[in-house]
Design a protein. Structure first.
Length: 277
């Protein structure tokens, strides 16, 4: 289990970096790796970024070490669990059946690293540090959740830690998503129902399925403004002009459920998903 370290910020403003600072930074990161037995390579990416001129203003030590979790790897367990949990929240009903298709390193190490249990644990509603993840297979059977794992070692994905999740809910609703575990327990949703999208689940997220017609996005923003919702990020993803599309709205505050009824009044809105942070 990776430890959680808070309250430590590494400043890496370019004007403050000197040769000795870089040496100290390398020493400290290596020391932390040895001390906490970190098994992720994300700290290497951090050091590479540190050496470039165009670097972020700061990085927390949380981004280097990763979250509290059950399992040996934040990418293969914490990230996998987070993908499953977000998929469950998007479905918004109990899961009857789930099919996982694993690609890249997920397809090669899924059993040994516990990725299979972590994905299923997320579908069952477990957070990354829930000790019940290790019993996910048994609990799924006990709770009547059917599951299947399909291993695809041939298809090359944009990210090596990728999983497709196909869900069938107890009320008949279906959902297909593609999730990527990008390191340190962080994830990215890259596809919904065969349409490429991009969001992280770190914010309260409203996902509007619609027909790509003029005025729909304006209608969504007006409804959110009337409920005094501050939009952090908003993007439109579409299949083709005039075809099925998704508007993804992320907010750093809770999105009132009442806004869903207002958005539904537009004839071109076909489905809504709301995931609160």
């Amino acid at each position: 289990m990776s430890p959680f370290v808070s309250g430590f910020i590494i400043s890496n403003h370019p004007s403050s970096l000197h040769k000795n600072d870089k040496k100290l930074f390398f020493f400290y990161i290596n020391f932390l790796k040895l001390l906490f037995q970190v098994k992720e390579v994300c700290y290497i990416n951090l050091m590479n970024n540190f050496m470039e001129d165009n670097i972020m203003n700061f990085l927390s030590i949380f981004d280097v070490i990763g979250p509290n979790m059950i399992g040996p790897s934040s990418s293969h367990t914490a990230g996998a669990c987070a993908i499953g949990l977000l998929a469950r929240k998007m479905l918004a009903q109990e899961v009857k059946k789930v099919t996982f298709t694993l690609y890249g390193s997920f397809s090669k190490t899924y059993h040994g690293h516990g990725t299979d249990r972590a994905l299923l644990g997320g579908i069952l509603g477990f957070s990354t540090d829930d000790e019940r993840i290790r019993d996910a297979f048994e609990l799924a059977k006990e709770w009547g959740v059917e599951y299947e794992f399909i291993i695809d070692e041939e298809t090359v994905m944009n990210h090596p830690n990728t999983a497709d999740i196909d869900l069938i809910g107890t009320e008949g609703h279906t959902l297909s998503i593609r999730g990527e575990s990008i390191g340190g327990g962080k994830i990215r949703i890259a596809r919904i129902n065969n349409i490429d999208v991009e969001f992280t689940g770190e914010y309260s997220t409203l996902i509007v399925q619609q027909i790509d017609k003029p005025g729909v996005v304006a209608h969504i923003t007006q409804c959110l403004a009337e409920e005094n919702v501050n939009i952090a990020f908003m993007r439109l993803f579409r299949e083709d002009k005039g075809a099925k599309a998704y508007t993804v709205v992320e907010s750093d505050e809770q999105i009132p459920a009442a806004v869903l009824d207002q958005i539904k009044t537009n004839q071109h809105v076909t489905e809504l998903m709301l995931v609160q942070m």
